[in-house]
Ligand binder design. Structure first.
Ligand code: BGP
Length: 480
């Protein structure tokens, strides 16, 4: 068993979940900065006015802002060929609307990029990873407003120009299709329908018409960014990033089949179809009509979409779900993607159902549809880790999870899928996006930081660190 030569093994993170330094180097306040900590059972809260004495995990996160050299050295020790990270928009434009970009912010990411290149690690940059400047939420209700398009393109222009010649791979919006679900409104689009009030993250006031209008603005912004990137540097490759929630009909009852197809259309295909093919798929017409959603388009939008198709397709993959037309079917616990339990699968401690073969299946489905190079840019097991008396962390459960998914990626490559890279999520422990906690760990590297705000941020290698190093060294041949 081996992977194609030059296969991009690496890891993935996002600025707000690991950097900290939330007010350093001129950084502005971003949407995650006003989110409190939470847990599996207790939703994190969105507090438009910061509360004294409340813990805000993004403020210090894992202090990568001050420790990036140490962290990238550890990634290099594992042999990373690629490192996916995101740029915090508010480090470049603190409120989104400054005339000129903030030099300290540009410099910070230049240092990160240079540090990667020093070790021969290819940077893969997410331009917007769940991190809208909060000033844009207050002024425009985030992506609900069309003004966001120009503001975003200006941000892209600043970074495309600055990092020209050093970077090849860019992703416009992390998990863009998360905004097809209510949860994605604030997380991904900075839409907050009650701007003054403190709200539970899991029960925001939802206005679907704003989310879908917001997606239209994001599609246009992404398509313009693709065109701009190619103009600035013809080597740039710009990808989409989809949260792919593999979905099966619970039974072969035709009602389940149809329900599953409808769910797949909205959740898994809609955004990728627009970004890869350059036009709205016809199945959305009925959906919009039945949900009283009218997308406001301007003249020229269709042409922009057509001219701004992405160069490659990336996605996150953690779990799968089932669809059932039977209202009595058991709902998945902690299953944030909706759907019902699959009786053949086991779930993680957070209720995410583990399905390695679903990854092979999805890779095939997606590749058949778009025929674009692909990367799995997030995958992994969020789990509780324990430091043993001898200081080690025996995370064999994580190794099992990753091994079984890598095996299935290999199967998909044999099936003919053009898979070019793999960046497991949270290669170093970081703050959870959905729950705001540290206890849900994904890393190969353990960080001494806990949910009560204690911990000295020191790093230590888990068993999975040594295992992944060997996987990379052998180009996926030795998965033992
Ligand atoms: C994806 C996000 C990441 C990340 C990951 C794991 O949805 O792109 O930012 O955090 O999922 O999710 P969580 O942190 O909620 O466990």
């Amino acid at each position: 068993m081996s992977f194609p030569n030059g296969f991009l093994w690496g890891g993935a993170t996002a600025a707000n979940q690991l950097e900290g330094g939330w007010q350093e180097g001129g950084k502005g306040i971003s949407c995650p900065d006003i989110c409190t900590g939470g847990s599996h059972t207790q939703s994190k809260r969105i507090t438009p006015v910061l509360e004294e004495g409340t813990f805000y995990p993004s403020h210090d996160a894992i202090d990568h802002y001050h420790r990036y050299k140490e962290d990238i050295a550890l990634f290099a020790e594992m042999g990373f060929k690629v490192y996916r990270f995101s740029i915090a928009w508010t480090r470049i434009f603190p409120t989104g609307e400054e005339k000129d970009p903030n030099e300290a912010g540009l410099k910070f990411y230049e240092n990160i990029i240079d540090e990667c290149l020093k070790y021969g690690i290819e940077p893969l940059i997410t331009i917007s990873h769940y991190e809208v400047p909060f000033a844009l939420t207050k002024k425009y209700n985030g992506w609900a407003s069309r003004e966001m398009i120009d503001i975003f393109v200006k941000y892209c222009e600043a970074i495309f120009n600055r990092y020209k010649g050093k970077v090849k791979y860019w992703l416009t919006f992390n998990e863009i299709n998360s905004a097809t679900m209510p949860m994605g409104a604030f997380l991904s689009q900075g839409i907050l329908n009650e701007t003054e009030k403190t709200t539970d993250f899991m029960s925001q006031v939802d206005k679907p018409e704003l989310r879908f209008q917001g997606l239209h603005h994001q599609f246009i912004a992404s398509a313009l960014a693709v065109q701009l990137a190619h103009k600035i540097d013809s080597n740039y490759m710009v990808g989409c990033m989809i949260v792919y929630a593999t979905s099966y009909p619970l039974t072969c009852h035709p009602d389940d089949i149809i329900l599953n197809q409808q769910n797949n259309h909205i959740m898994n295909w809609f955004c990728g179809d627009v970004q890869c093919r350059g036009y709205y798929p016809s199945y959305m017409n009925r959906y919009f009509k039945e949900h009283n959603i009218e997308i406001k388009k301007e003249d020229g939008d269709d042409e922009i979409l057509k001219a701004g198709c992405v160069d490659f397709y990336t996605f996150s993959y953690y779990m799968s779900v089932c669809q059932s037309a039977n209202p009595d079917a058991t709902k998945g616990q902690g299953n944030i993607m909706g759907g019902v339990n699959n009786p053949y699968l086991k779930a993680s401690d957070w209720g995410w159902q583990i399905d390695p073969k679903g990854l092979r299946y999805s890779l095939n489905e997606i590749y058949d549809r778009y025929q674009l190079p692909m990367m799995v840019v997030e995958n992994g097991l969020g789990a509780f880790d324990k430091i043993e008396e001898d200081g080690s962390i025996k995370d064999d459960y994580r190794i099992d999870y990753l091994r079984s998914h890598i095996e299935q990626m290999h199967e998909a490559i044999l099936d003919g899928v053009n898979l070019i890279g793999y960046t497991p999520w949270g290669c170093i422990d970081l703050v959870s996006a959905s729950t705001g906690e540290m206890a849900k760990r994904y890393g190969f590297i353990f960080v001494e930081r806990y949910d009560d705000g204690t911990g000295d941020f020191s790093r230590r290698r888990k068993d999975s660190f040594y295992w992944y190093k060997k996987v990379i060294e052998t180009n996926g041949e030795d998965l033992k």
